[in-house]
Ligand binder design. Structure first.
Ligand SMILES: Cc1ncc(COP(=O)(O)O)c(C=O)c1O
Length: 410
């Protein structure tokens, strides 16, 4: 008998299963709105032109080799990443109280941050400290914190299904009623999956309550630049918290805004109260990284570092990011206009009110099933669609299919 005979079979991850179902579907005009990555108007992955250019520079640079990176990662990558989210003139950076850990994607940054907090946040055993994630959230948040040893992962109210927008009073209510010093995972911008972010005034309110109740802000910044097309605007919430005096963690992913999904480029930016706390904290981060992946991979980090540290390449990158963000905006406007033109029952204004790659359509699970089975249009059971799955070629078909699903299935 196998020593593995008692291993329980785990369910496949929904988003990967969806892509497999889509790939197995022979229907010629099928559409995948479930994918979690950018697609061009031809439905293809996009290697950013600036990335292609920098990769060529790396190939021809004979000074580079494949020696191990330091445990905490490539110094010029870490520093540039923290500057990107906190701002070039961040007082916290000037005061030497910002540190960074190069991580394996945004997921790795969440994982390393969670491992650290479970060990050292506010004492030395946080298994019972509540961690709050938004309802709904990116599905991996719960599991990453649970697997780091947090036994009490809860949800805070975020999405108001009836108004298809932010449940601000529910959110504030949960901030008021949770135990003091709880940890809150906040989406820095382009909330996944709803596409709804708090306004700047709402962020101010959130920060005031969190400060008064001594709650910890762990930002997840997976879409900087994607939400508004503007890097500064998309970092506003994180910068506001730092300027209000919070100590924060910010998990940064370069998967989406650099299109470097499989290179696993991420960074954990840490803002501490003072340089001495930071020094002790970083010494423990190094220990955690050491037992997790020992030291990180270099290729993606080099691409990002070279781009962010060259004014000319940085401008080219900003143009590339804007190209992606603008395509998303165009698809939002066109989908809404087409649904209005078809007089599809319901309101569709939320499609253009939401931002970032994803839209929470409000389609119910039966309508989602209808779309998949009858129209070969694939989307997440929650009704989330990736706007980049839409193209100028398939948008009429998708709009007509949504119209049919909403009309036929209540
Ligand atoms: C909100 C959020 N956080 C983190 C991640 C993880 O990013 P990465 O692929 O860099 O690990 C994603 C990816 O979809 C995400 O949507």
């Amino acid at each position: 008998m196998s020593v593995f005979c008692d291993v329980p079979l785990s369910a496949p991850v929904a988003v990967f299963q969806l892509t497999q179902d889509f790939n197995n579907d022979p229907f010629p005009t099928k559409v995948n709105l479930g994918v979690g990555a950018y697609r061009t108007d031809d439905g293809q992955p996009w290697v950013l032109p600036v990335v292609k250019k920098v990769e060529k520079v790396i190939v021809h640079d004979d000074r580079l080799n494949h020696e191990y990176l330091p445990i905490l990662g490539l110094p010029e990558f870490r520093a540039a990443s923290s500057r990107l989210v906190l701002g070039d003139k961040s007082p916290a950076i000037m005061e030497s109280r910002v540190g960074a850990v190069q991580c394996l994607g945004g997921t790795g940054a969440l994982k390393i941050g969670a491992e650290f907090l479970r060990r050292y946040y506010n004492g030395n055993n946080n298994t019972k400290t509540p961690v709050y994630v938004s309802a709904p959230t990116w599905e991996n948040h719960n599991a990453v914190f649970a697997s780091a040893g947090f036994e009490d992962v809860r949800s805070y109210r975020y999405w108001d299904a009836a108004k298809r927008g932010l449940d601000m009073s529910g959110f504030l209510g949960d901030l008021e009623s949770c135990p003091e010093r709880s940890i809150f995972v906040l989406h820095a911008c382009a909330h996944n999956p709803t596409g709804i972010d708090p306004t700047q005034e709402q962020w101010r309110q959130i920060a005031r309550v969190m400060m008064r109740r001594q709650l910890f802000a762990f930002f997840d910044s997976a879409y900087q630049g994607f939400a508004s097309g503007n890097l500064e605007r998309d970092a506003w919430a994180v910068r506001h918290f730092v300027s209000a005096g919070f100590e924060v963690f910010c998990a940064q992913s370069f998967s989406k805004n650099f299109g470097l999904y499989n290179e696993r480029v991420g960074n954990l930016t840490v803002v501490a109260r003072d340089a001495d706390s930071l020094r002790r904290l970083m010494s423990q981060m190094e220990k955690i990284a050491r037992v997790t992946w020992s030291n990180p991979p270099s290729q993606g980090a080099r691409v990002v570092a070279l781009t962010l540290n060259s004014p000319q390449l940085f401008d080219e990158w900003k143009d590339n990011v804007k190209t992606m963000a603008d395509r998303v905006l165009l698809m939002r406007a066109q989908l809404k206009a087409k649904l209005h033109a078809l007089r599809t029952p319901g309101t569709w204004d939320h499609i253009t009110q939401q931002i970032g790659m994803f839209s929470f359509t409000g389609l119910n699970p039966k309508q989602v099933e209808y779309l998949e089975k009858e129209k070969h249009v694939y989307l997440m059971a929650s009704g989330r669609i990736n706007m980049c799955g839409l193209t100028t070629k398939n948008i009429d078909y998708v709009a007509a299919s949504i119209h049919e699903a909403v009309t036929v299935v209540q």
